[in-house]
Design a protein around this ligand. Structure first.
Ligand code: 5GP
Ligand code: ZN
Length: 113
C-alpha cells in the first residue's frame, strides 16, 4: 500500500486522531497552517473530492458531516472556520487520497492562493 493516508487508516503510520466513524477519519495535520488544522478523510481510498463526490456522494456527505462535528468539538463554530479540498496539481494537492482541510482558531484572512 503506497498511499500515506490509507496507511494512517490501517494504523501503520501514527496520527493524532480526533474523531473516527465507520467510514471516516479525522486527524491533526502534521504541519498545521492554523491553530486548529484537522484533515478529514473517507477511510476508503478516493483520489480527490471530484472523484469522491461523483462516485460516492453519500460518503462525501459523511466526510462533511464528520468535519462539521469536529468543527463543533474544536470550538470553531462561533467564530467560523475554513473547510477546503485541494484538488490536483494546480489545486496544490500533495497527498492523493481525498482530504478536507478544517482550519480555524484565528482569522484566516482572504482565500489562500
Ligand atoms: P494537500 O497539499 O494534499 O492538500 O495536503 C496534504 C496535507 O497532509 C498537508 O497539510 C500536510 O502537512 C499533511 N501531511 C503530510 N504528511 C502527513 C502525515 O504523515 N501525517 C499527517 N497527520 N499529515 C500529513
Ligand atoms: Zn489512500
Amino acid at each position: 500500500m503506497d498511499c500515506l493516508f490509507c496507511r494512517i487508516v490501517a494504523g501503520e503510520i501514527p496520527a493524532t486522531i480526533v474523531r473516527e466513524t465507520a467510514t471516516t477519519l479525522a486527524f491533526r495535520d502534521i504541519d498545521p497552517k492554523a491553530p486548529t488544522h484537522v484533515l478529514v478523510i473517507p477511510k476508503e481510498h478516493y483520489v480527490d473530492v471530484a472523484t469522491l463526490a461523483q462516485g460516492a456522494p453519500e460518503l462525501a456527505g459523511e466526510v462533511l458531516q464528520t468535519a462539521a462535528v469536529v468543527a463543533e468539538e474544536e470550538g470553531l463554530t462561533v467564530d467560523g472556520f475554513r473547510l477546503m479540498f485541494n484538488t490536483g496539481p494546480y489545486g496544490g494537492q500533495e497527498v492523493f487520497h481525498v482530504h478536507a482541510h478544517l482550519l480555524g482558531g484565528a482569522p484566516l484572512g482572504p482565500m489562500l492562493c
